[in-house]
Design a protein around this ligand. Structure first.
Ligand code: ZN
Length: 173
């Protein structure tokens, strides 16, 4: 018979057929969250170990190879998004620097230097476009990974939250 939980007082297994408020071995009243999972009290009968040591281990990082594989892929995606956002900032900065330089040289070179303002905009726009493309690629990879992680049967909910970089509280609520 399926075990739903273990008694926090004596460690005795609480079976899915259990229909009593107290443990069958030590006769201590079972915690509310164990009772709620029992089919006799309207629960699903799914096993969740209620011992205190196990509630702590759910928040630690998983070393499953599947988790590491996705974590690496997320790092690549995040790096792409970061690179794209960096290029988006670098473009206008570069254009601004060229424009300022040409204005500062305008009194020496005259109208010739002012002619640099328009070409200065070109690398700025190119960098910005490249940044948008990189960031979009990174976000596409993130979205692909999100759906792969969400549908993977080899991961638990807390591992999914961990891999996606979400706080573990999301998976337990
Ligand atoms: Zn007990």
């Amino acid at each position: 018979m399926a075990i739903v939980a273990t008694c926090p007082s004596c460690g005795e297994s609480v079976l899915a057929t259990h229909a009593n408020y107290s443990c069958r071995k030590c006769v201590q009243r079972l915690p509310e969250d164990i009772l709620r999972r029992l089919p006799a009290f309207g629960g699903s009968g799914a096993f969740i170990d209620a011992r205190p040591s196990d509630s702590a281990s759910t928040t630690t990082l998983s070393s499953s190879p599947v988790v590491n594989r996705y974590r690496d892929a997320y790092r690549v995606a995040n790096a792409l998004v970061g690179l794209g956002n960096g290029l988006k900032i670098l473009g206008p900065c570069l254009a601004g620097a060229i424009i300022l330089l040409s204005i500062s040289m305008a009194d020496k070179l005259g109208a010739l230097a002012l002619g640099a303002i328009i070409p200065a905009g070109i690398p700025g726009v190119l960098f910005w476009i490249a940044g948008v493309i990189f960031a979009a690629q990174g976000q596409l990879v993130q979205a692909t990974l999100d759906s792969a992680v969400a549908s993977s049967p080899f991961l638990t909910d807390s591992e999914r939250a961990d891999v996606m970089g979400l706080p573990p509280i999301i998976s337990s609520s």
